[in-house]
Design a protein around this ligand. Structure first.
Ligand code: PEP
Length: 271
């Protein structure tokens, strides 16, 4: 049985005062409605401790938006798995398209040299996944194709290549407990949602890639979220599809009313 999981990715939004208001609002709007689903929010690093303290005793958990694969050392500007755990995180997002330097909304001043700053690759995603698991975090591993890759007919191969690379040297037991997020890059922050049938089909590609590597039983246990312009008005359609086990929500997670409505769309959808 796969429990539906709804995650809010706040990205680079919310200074501490804003984080506090958003969480207080979310607590009121979700009260008593988070038992049937796993719910988490991923604030920026600077608000993690505050948000974790404010959410203590509620059903809502906290996740980091990224991590580095070393535990500590001379890695200026990086955050490790033990640091995320220490800040109150239970989850971590790995391989989101933005740290991979793949953006849904055009950033005209991001030249190839500037894009190299973001730097995540299939190899770093794999290292981060190992580090997260070693540190006791629950990883959400993101995969997704760009518009150009989709238009070239390469969606399925991109998804299975990213999924396979992320899983290098991951055991079957670890894979069974993973959460994947299929996030078409062209749907992230653009308002353009992937049609639910197609989102379900590509989430199925993630699952069949896991099945090819570990067998059908492991694939049946792993959870696959959809992410990309999920809103209250499309959540039920997406979440009721057989291969979609939850949502990774960006923009709509910054509005307590919308995020609570997406959570409310999810209960009793275990597959
Ligand atoms: C995301 O940040 O992972 C995301 C899906 O963003 P949005 O919901 O804004 O498209």
């Amino acid at each position: 049985m796969r429990k539906t999981i709804i995650a809010g990715n706040w990205k680079m939004n919310c200074i501490r005062s804003e984080a506090k208001s958003l969480v207080e609002d979310l607590k009121v709007k979700t009260a008593g409605n988070t038992d049937a689903v796993d719910v988490l929010v991923c604030p920026p690093f600077t608000s993690l401790t505050l948000v974790a303290e404010l959410l203590e005793g509620t059903g809502i958990k906290v996740g980091g938006q990224n991590l580095f694969w070393k535990d500590k050392g001379a890695y200026t500007g990086q955050i490790s798995a033990p640091m995320l755990v220490d800040a109150g995180c239970e989850y971590v997002v790995i391989g989101h398209s933005e740290p991979r330097g793949r953006f849904g909304v055009a950033e005209p001043d991001f030249t190839p040299e500037i894009l190299a700053f973001f730097g995540d690759s299939d190899a770093t995603v794999n290292r981060k996944l190992h580090a997260a698991l070693k540190g006791g975090l629950k990883p959400i591993v993101c995969v997704g194709e760009t518009l150009a890759e989709r238009q070239a007919g390469n969606t399925d191969s991109v998804i299975s290549t990213q999924t396979t690379a992320a899983l290098k040297d991951i055991t079957a037991e670890q894979a069974a407990n993973l959460i994947f997020a299929y996030e078409p890059v062209w749907a992230i922050g653009t308002g353009e949602v992937c049609e639910a049938g197609e989102a379900d089909r590509v989430c199925g590609v993630v699952r069949s890639t896991v099945a090819a590597l570990y067998g059908p039983e492991v694939a049946e246990q792993a959870r696959v979220q959809y992410g990309g312009s999920v809103k209250p008005d499309n959540a039920v359609d997406l979440l009721s599809r057989p291969n979609i086990d939850g949502a990774l929500v960006g923009g709509a997670s910054l509005k307590a009313t919308d995020f609570a409505a997406i959570i409310a769309a999810a209960p009793e959808l275990q597959k």
